[in-house]
Write a protein that binds this ligand. Structure first.
Ligand code: CUK
Ligand code: CUA
Length: 763
């Protein structure tokens, strides 16, 4: 270690190197601009995005994590990443996939009994009330393994995964209806709807199908209800992105398709590839479905069952007048209903136009029975001319469209041109264009797919970042570029690398609409929102053995795990339930056992369980994995897995420590000094209006809780001292000191909080 003198000398030497100290003078803004080669424009962008310490963002973004199967949460305008939420893929930090409760959630997404540990997450959707984001739930789909997940925005945890009972892939999900009655997903690559059934490709037209699934959402339970969900069978046209109607078009859904040619490739058989055959025709079909009426038909028993799931056949859908097609230009991609619900904007990947369809015109044609033809499956086709409001030439490779708070203003991504086009869909005028880097897929404005877009910002979700960031090998990060859209001209203001899969789509909500909790009711199973059967309160901790089953009911609180020793025999089935008794904000404990592949994240109030077979004899330390207090490293214990029939030779006390009376007296002195600190903090807090701050009130409760444990430990050290048992006297006195330290720690945190939040003196 450096002596105090050595440190001083080093500082002096450093000062000498920099001369008389002018180098230490503060740099001016001009100096920094010069040193970092920043322009006025850069400074403006910085001022628009820089978010000082302690300040929060205006909007919160939920981005799909693509092949990571996760959800990425970040803030706007700072672009600071706030969280990754485990959804389709295990996520160790959250214990997701390593504790029993979350394993059950992932199990909901197994397909035909097969465990699936990844997902290709594409489109997140926030729950809506009257077409406006309400901030309660989020849904996201998995394209590879057709599934939909539900995330509760009260705790940002995944609560449910449902596997589609009839598809092999899907893409046009998750989209919600205007009041979140249904969450829907469209199939993508056609396949037979029956499970585990083979039909040759020659029977593609007859046996392969697409479809549209409507998952019923029970908002009160916060879960999708498979028994009340249904699908509409569709031709094998490779259905793509979808959107729900709103306002006048509420009750309808719209879905694109990109291979109505029904082409089947096969390079190895000498056939031209899929890409040639699937883009041969000039038009594909927009599918227009009356889902509200479809739901009624299902309720009337008009659906057939496939794999136990309600499916309305094409025949029934046509007969009942709930399914229509409208031609759309060449290989379309995005379909986006305008905020007022009057228009449906379709982009064609291989067309330079976007097509604006009028819902009113489509309805008029349907009512008049005015169809230009029927498709090979008998579905009526509304003529393109009879459905179009206008077509606007925007540029190469239009993909997706989002809306502004300003009337009629839309933004469309241009994949090939690497641009965003701002245009007016009412009069068809192009207003502005901006270059992005590079090859934009989706784009997103604030609440920009709802009935009430908020304008302000746009994020370009670019597919390639090429030369934008420091090189990190051949696999580059994705690039989310933030664009200010509050003025006539768009301005690029931030580049954010995203190194976690390819995010396809993102949604942004006003931060004020989110009200996540900071703690659970003590003993909650966060994945079911119910009381956990393994919960325990302080003093109720125990270990039960029945046959070869060992069950622990334990607790966690700074800085110990109860129990600290768990005994088992080889072959036992061990279940460890743990409840975090903390009330303080952000006091999470983790739990890990060496070599048993279990991990849990236990936030205040939560109860989890981990389960494993103690199949290896040995000594396995367990510990808390979150740095939760000064004595976090001491938050530990031992799992003892003994050979069968093992007997203790003689019952011995744990290792002797040989403390002396002097040690005990020194500890007592430390307790007195610490108490003085606590008293002064308590005096400070109670001299303010702290009761007006709920966060402080809960910190005070927490500290009081710690102090409340002292009398018991005090009685023990005094009793031991009475017997001159200095080991136990000193150790129990040490424990008193630990309770004091924790109380003081929380007290000081409360004091800082009060200082920073302008608490007033009341006495
Ligand atoms: S898709 Cu990726 S750019 Cu899955 Cu929404 Cu259009
Ligand atoms: Cu609890 Cu570290």
């Amino acid at each position: 270690m450096m002596s105090r003198f050595a440190v001083k000398a080093a500082v002096l030497m450093l000062a000498a190197t920099f001369g008389t100290g002018t180098a230490w003078a503060a740099e001016s803004l001009q100096d920094v601009m010069k040193r970092r080669s920043l322009s006025q424009q850069d400074l403006l962008a910085a001022a628009k995005t820089y978010t000082p310490s302690g300040k929060r963002d205006e909007f919160v973004v939920f981005s799909s994590g693509g092949q990571s199967g996760q959800l990425i949460v970040y803030g706007i305008p700072s672009m600071r990443i706030l969280k990754y939420v485990g959804v389709f893929t295990p996520e160790p930090w959250q214990g997701y996939g390593y504790d029993e409760e979350s394993k059950d959630i992932l199990k909901g997404g197994w397909i035909d009994g097969k465990e699936i540990t990844w997902g290709d997450a594409h489109h997140p959707a926030i729950s809506e009330t009257n077409g406006q984001y309400d901030g309660q739930f989020l849904f996201i789909n998995d394209k590879a393994n057709p599934r939909v997940a539900v995330v509760d925005l009260r705790d940002f945890e995944t609560k449910q995964i449902v596997a589609n009972p009839i598809y092999k892939s899907e893409h046009g999900g998750a989209f919600v209806t205007a009041n979140t009655e249904y969450v829907f997903e469209a199939a993508q690559y056609p396949a037979p709807l029956e499970r585990k059934k083979f039909y040759p490709l020659e029977e593609f037209n007859e046996k392969y199908r697409g479809g549209m699934t409507y998952w019923k959402f029970d908002r009160k339970a916060g879960r999708l209800v498979p028994a009340q969900s249904f699908s509409v069978e569709l031709p094998p046209y490779s259905q793509d992105i979808s959107d729900a109607g709103k306002g006048p078009s509420d009750g309808w859904s719209f879905t694109n398709s990109f291979c109505s040619e029904r082409y089947v490739g096969g390079i190895e058989q000498g056939r031209p590839p899929f890409e040639a055959g699937c883009s041969a025709k000039d038009t594909d079909y927009l599918h227009v479905i009356n889902w509200r009426k479809a739901a009624e038909l299902v309720a009337q028993g008009k659906a057939q069952k496939i794999n136990g799931h309600n499916v309305l056949s094409i025949e029934t859908a046509v007969k009942e007048g709930i399914l229509f097609l409208v031609p759309e230009p060449k290989s379309p991609h995005g379909v986006d209903v305008t905020p007022d619900g009057k228009y449906i904007i379709v982009s064609g990947k291989l067309d330079t136009h976007v097509s604006v369809y009028s819902f009113e015109k489509i309805q008029a044609a349907i009512k008049a029975g005015k169809f230009e033809s029927k498709d090979p499956y008998g579905i009526p086709v509304v003529g393109m001319r009879d459905a179009l409001h206008n077509q606007v030439q925007l540029g190469l490779g239009p993909l997706h469209t989002q809306y502004d708070s300003k009337q009629c203003v839309a933004y469309t991504s241009l994949y090939v041109d690497s641009q965003v086009a701002k245009w007016n869909y009412c009069d068809g005028k192009v207003l502005d264009k901006i270059a992005v880097h590079y090859n934009i897929g989706h784009l997103m404005t604030m609440e920009g797919d709802s009935a009430g877009p908020k304008g302000r910002y746009l994020v370009a979700l670019n597919k390639l970042s090429i030369d934008r960031f420091n090189p990190v090998g051949p696999l580059h990060p994705q690039n989310h570029q933030l664009i200010d859209i509050s003025n006539d001209k768009m301005q690029l203001i931030y580049d954010m690398p995203l190194p976690l899969g390819e995010p396809h789509y993102a949604v942004a909500i006003e931060a004020s609409k989110l009200k996540p909790g900071v703690r659970y009711k003590v003993g909650t199973d966060s994945r079911t929102d119910k009381d956990h059967p393994g919960r325990a309160r302080a003093g109720e901790e125990r270990t039960e053995r029945k046959g070869n089953k060992v069950t622990v009911f334990g607790t966690l609180i700074r800085s110990h795990i109860t129990p600290e020793i768990i005994e088992a025999e080889v072959g036992d089935e061990v279940t460890i339930n743990l409840t975090n008794l903390e009330r303080a904000e952000d006091e999470t404990h983790g739990f890990a056992i060496s070599a048993y592949n279990v991990h849990a994240s236990i936030e205040p109030g939560k109860t989890i369980s981990v389960k494993f077979k103690a199949d290896k004899e040995g000594v396995y330390p367990y510990y808390c994995t979150e740095f939760c207090s000064a004595l976090h490293l001491e938050m530990q214990g031992y799992l003892l897995v003994k050979p069968k029939g093992w007997k203790a030779v003689a019952k011995k006390d744990a290792v002797k420590s040989n403390y002396t009376e002097a040690d005990y007296r020194a500890t007592l002195k430390r307790i007195v000094d610490t108490q003085a600190v606590i008293d002064s903090v308590v005096a400070y807090i109670t001299s303010t209006n702290f009761k007006d701050f709920p966060d402080v009130v809960s910190m005070v409760e927490d500290a009081t809780d710690q102090l409340g444990k002292i009398p018991d430990a005090k009685a023990k050290h005094e009793a031991a001292a009475g017997k001159k048992d200095w080991d136990n006297a000193n150790l129990w006195a040490e424990q008193v000191y630990q309770y004091q330290v924790k109380a003081a720690d929380i007290g000081l945190r409360a004091k800082t909080y009060l200082d920073q939040h302008g608490a007033k003196k009341v006495k």
